[in-house]
Design a protein around this ligand. Sequence first.
Ligand SMILES: [Cu+2]
Length: 86
Amino acid sequence: MGCCSSHSHHSDEKDSTRTKLNVSNMTCGGCSSSVEKALKNIHGVVDASADLSTGQVVVTHSGEEDIISKLVNAVAEAGFTATVAA
Ligand SMILES: [Cu+2]
């Protein structure tokens, strides 16, 4: 016990994953901020950053299995269509 001096983890950050979503019909800053807001409301989402020019949203989130469908559903509820980018 207590032998791991090199073992300093910063809680959640290590487990976070990034997923890129392609979101259709975001046409202005209002659209991208509603999408970001919808995503950030999901438990497990750390950050969401939408880029209007590419239509892509980069989401930083925890590694839960079902979170991807939560992301897609939240975007749908905000009135947009999201697909997971390759
Ligand atoms: Cu808009």
